[in-house]
Unconditional design. Structure first.
Length: 95
């Protein structure tokens, strides 16, 4: 569903959303940390595809994820930032 790609010294996540191929820069050079972000992205994609809610683990992670990463996730359509305070509405919430 999504894959981890090393770009230079940092990692990106490639995925398909609504038939479009997209890429999310993780902002990290640590493969283990990028793999954890990948797991959450896959959870969000699954929720968007099935119409289910995202799992609790990913919902909690979104509340603590760095604001810069959340902005990048919003730019590629994974989440919608409700406001500048960082409250998050996921695609699963919108379906």
């Amino acid at each position: 569903m999504a894959g981890l790609v090393k770009r230079g010294d940092k990692f990106s996540i490639r995925f398909t959303l609504h038939g479009l191929r997209k890429s999310l820069a993780t902002g990290t050079t640590a493969e283990r940390q990028a793999a954890r972000i990948l797991e959450h992205v896959e959870n969000i994609l699954t929720a968007a595809h099935t119409g289910d809610e995202i799992c609790r683990t990913t919902a909690v992670w979104l509340t603590t994820a760095p604001q810069a990463l959340k902005r990048r996730m919003a730019e590629v359509g994974l989440i919608v930032l409700a406001d500048d305070a960082g409250r998050v509405v996921t695609l699963g919430d919108l379906l």
